[in-house]
Design a protein around this ligand. Sequence first.
Ligand SMILES: [Zn+2]
Ligand SMILES: [Zn+2]
Length: 216
Amino acid sequence: MLVDLHVHTAVSSPCSGIQPAELIACARRMGLDAVCVTEHEEMEGALVAWELGRRTGFPVFRGVEVYTEFGDMLVFGLFVPRFPLQVPFKDLLQQVREAGGVIIPAHPCRSDRGFHEKLGLERAEFLLGNVDAVEVRNGGCTEEANLVAEEIAAQYGLPGVGGSDAHFLMQVGRCLTIFERDIESEEELIREIRAGRCRAAYAREVARLEPSRLWR
Ligand SMILES: [Zn+2]
Ligand SMILES: [Zn+2]
């Protein structure tokens, strides 16, 4: 099952130009099996796209991208309409654990400074000891940054996931997560990430994806 785990829509990410209906049509045309909408700090776009997905028979899963002092975190399974602009990581972690969700550092190696160097060894270890997976293929990162993230995930025994971080339609699906099993609900998405029955990929590595003109 091919899922783009990280997409922003224009509904509540002012930085995005993607309308939910366009997102679903584009994902369908490409051959993705589902998409996750993860707006910055709030869930309105995810709700709109999820509702539209239900009506049109295309799976959309609701998530959110929350800015913490440890960087951006993708969160699934925690339904809070709006988060403050910066949430202390420990507070977010506690909320995610209480809700039974998952927390995943997004594009952890995007900055020029090394991951451990940026956070400090102790904080980096704390972070990696408490998250459920690492985003190791992010469409907005260089391949080098994604490789470093992949090495870190492997080093800490964490599953790697991928998402496009699309803000424009042509970016949808450029990175994605391949799940071993079919996923029909957010509960199953969370279960499969926790179980590590997934891996990250670039779209070009997946033969059955249609390289649409929109997307190249
Ligand atoms: Zn981000
Ligand atoms: Zn993002």
